[in-house]
Design a binder for this molecule. Sequence first.
Ligand code: 6CS
Length: 338
Amino acid sequence: MRPNLKAVLAGATILVSANTAFADTWRYAHEEAATEVQGVFAQKFKEEIEANSDHEVQLFPFGTLGESADIMEQAQAGILQFVNQSPGFTGALIPEAQVFFVPYLLPQNENTLQEFFTNSVAINEMFPELYAEQGLELMTMYPEGEVCMTTQEPVRSPADLDGVKFRVMTNPLLVESYAAFGATPTPLPWGEVYGALQTGIIQGQENPRFFLDSTKMYEVTDVITCIGHNNFTTAMMANKDFFDGLGEEDQELIQNATDAAFEYILGYQQELGEKSFDNILKAKPEMEINILSEEERKPFMATSEPVEAAFIEMAGERGEKILNQLKADLKAAEGATE
Ligand code: 6CS
């Protein structure tokens, strides 16, 4: 059942007025639990804002205000001042952001990946203009870790995905990508995934390593397969009217808090990802974890070209420009971390 937004926000208002130490309250919703990567990013942002100003940041983790699509609507409407939403749910709004689902585009080397997210011209200069058209001030994008699949049966080649109803985020290019991998892509909001796996409506899904552990995907699937095809990208943004209406000092405060949270989360998500498979095997020793070899990855890698073409078809000239800039940024990041 959807939470009653008015009731939640009324509660928030009472809390604010009870605490006279803060000048005002900024509401920030994200798509994960408080202890997961987006939650830790948000907590760091809150701490920075509150330590350096008289503003309060109130956090709304996954589920408290609805699904990803709901919190985005609320941020666009100005009910929320901040929102963390992954490009996986922004396909209809900002088709160009689907570029993050072209398989094998992002590097697997963590240093190169972090260098890319820090200095990318596409992320820091081009994407903000596209988000602005949707009433959003893009504050940053950051990685959440290597994406792997969980399924009921082993996946060694695209043929093993034949007939597998595979949940993807509600994103047309992800649908395209999993169709190219040989599966039957099934877009669903996150809140429906565990139950759909449990009841057999779907037989697979993908997510970053830490999330497979924290959301206990091993309880409802038996095999993890990593093919090195992607790293989970997410985005944090503010309502643009709210941000534009602030004084320079507050805008700088928000940028500094974002930068601090970004710096912190790079190392945090890396560590979390590294521990996740050990945690999963402790909880379920019979879980099968397969890291496919270079040879086994080849047929999956062959899909990157047609999926890239599908991206350009969907995102047009502007999408192609972003893709080219992103490739240039990745080359520069590789050069800087060789
Ligand atoms: O798969 C999803 O829908 C979710 N995955 C992550 C890692 N974060 C939030 C998102 O809703």
